[in-house]
Write a new protein. Structure first.
Length: 417
């Protein structure tokens, strides 16, 4: 029953504590050693210590004879240090040591979306880029598009260099790990991600249309709210995570993408909260609903009018508001269950699935394991299916004499007005 965007909100709140400040060392280099035969088993997340050169766009030969290096944890945001100028571009570097058996097969590197443009160099050769990296806003261009790059490796050491710049978004850095694996493995992973995204987008669209049909059949406003929740999450799914819309339309405007991503978040939480309120009208304060509607409308206008650098800065304020909403929904459902509201059992089941998906997202974002796109998308689709079943059952029960009733001492049921 919970809006799935609320789950992502809570994950984002925990994710916000991952800022890492670069630490200074001398005469060292970041080295990642791949155990022999490991790449044949499964892809490897290149998480850990990387060299990092803030406010420098360094070529491969520029790393020679460096007297000292800056190191940073990947994945992480770039953290601002007091008394120092802000970092808006920089260069990451990592050397990967591989056994000869791993070099005898075609390899691939999965590059996540970064904030907000990158160039990917392998062994001194540019093999991919997203947006335009520059030393100033006028010479750079933002874009978000996760991609997979295929290559052959003949040397025992693979040098990975990532040049990154950001003049458009409040956050900066690489917030998801690069993934190294065989070409076949990552090609299959990419295909599974594409398929699961299409399944989620198609499934939610169908569920939204079913909700509209049920509205015309039964004239219950709850079906309209459910359909709006489905359609807003269709947009959210297409404009975030894997950024499927960018996969389909590579030259789509980044400003349009980021605004749509944020507004779909506002709308998802709004329709989710209105849906819960319409199913349990006596448990939800009208004043609270009005305040939340005004807040969502205000954030939407703010996102449409101001620059991404500004409205992304204040997203934490909205996340805090939505966290309060999440706690309120939990209280509402628990109260409805304790007061024996009709049709609340399936709603609890939907809530349990939401909590399970939420826990999975949190653990993945905390680095305990890599997020499985297939599991993630199918899990949310099942949650929406269960939510539709819960909404239908609740609507049928809302008009019964037992709903919002209480037992008297003589054992009869009286209606609570």
């Amino acid at each position: 029953m919970f809006s799935p965007s609320i789950l992502i909100i809570m994950a984002s709140l925990l994710l916000s504590i991952k800022d890492e400040t670069p630490r200074q060392t001398s005469n060292q280099e970041a080295l990642f050693i791949v155990p022999q035969g490991q790449l044949s088993k499964q892809p490897i997340d290149l998480k850990g210590i990387w060299e990092f050169y803030p406010n420098e766009l360094t070529e491969s030969n520029g790393f020679l004879d460096r007297s000292n290096q800056t190191f940073v944890v990947v994945p992480s945001w770039w953290a601002e240090e007091e008394g120092k100028s802000s970092v808006q571009y920089g260069t990451y570097r990592l050397k990967v040591l591989m056994a000869s058996s791993d070099r005898q097969q075609s390899l691939a590197l999965k590059m996540p979306d970064v904030y907000c443009a990158y160039e990917l160099w392998l062994n001194g050769e540019l093999i991919g880029q997203n947006g335009i990296v520059g030393r100033a806003k006028e010479t750079s261009k933002p874009q978000w598009k996760p991609d997979t790059y295929f290559f052959e490796q003949n040397k025992d050491t693979l040098e990975i260099v990532v040049k990154l710049s950001n003049f458009y978004h409040y956050r900066t850095g690489i917030n998801n790990p690069l993934v190294l694996g065989t070409a076949e493995q990552l090609k299959q992973n990419q295909h599974r991600t594409e398929v699961s995204n299409v399944i989620l987008l198609s499934g939610l669209t169908v569920l939204g249309l079913i909700g509209i049909v049920l509205y015309f059949m039964r004239s219950s406003i709850q079906y309209v709210l459910y359909s709006l929740l489905c359609f807003s999450w269709v947009v959210r799914a297409a404009f975030s995570n894997h950024y499927q819309i960018v996969q389909w339309f590579e030259n789509i405007n980044w400003h349009f993408v980021v605004r749509t991503e944020y507004i779909s978040l506002y709308l998802s939480t709004l329709f989710g909260s209105l849906l819960v309120g319409s199913l349990f009208p006596k448990e939800v304060s009208k004043v609270f609903r009005i305040i939340y509607i005004i807040a969502c409308f205000s954030f939407t206008v703010f996102t449409l009018v101001f620059s991404p650098m500004l409205f992304t800065t204040y997203i934490q304020l909205y996340l805090g508001l939505s966290s309060i909403l999440l706690l309120s929904i939990i209280v509402i459902v628990a109260r409805a269950y304790s007061e024996s509201r009709e049709g609340v059992t399936l709603i609890l089941a939907a809530a349990a699935l939401a909590v399970a998906m939420f826990g999975y997202v949190i653990m993945a974002y905390q680095g305990l394991f890599s997020l499985n796109d297939m599991f993630f998308n199918i899990g949310f689709l099942l949650m929406f299916i269960l939510t539709l079943m819960a909404v239908s059952e609740r609507i049928q029960k809302m008009g019964s004499d037992r709903d919002y009733g209480k037992m008297t001492f003589d054992g009869t049921m009286t209606k609570v007005r």
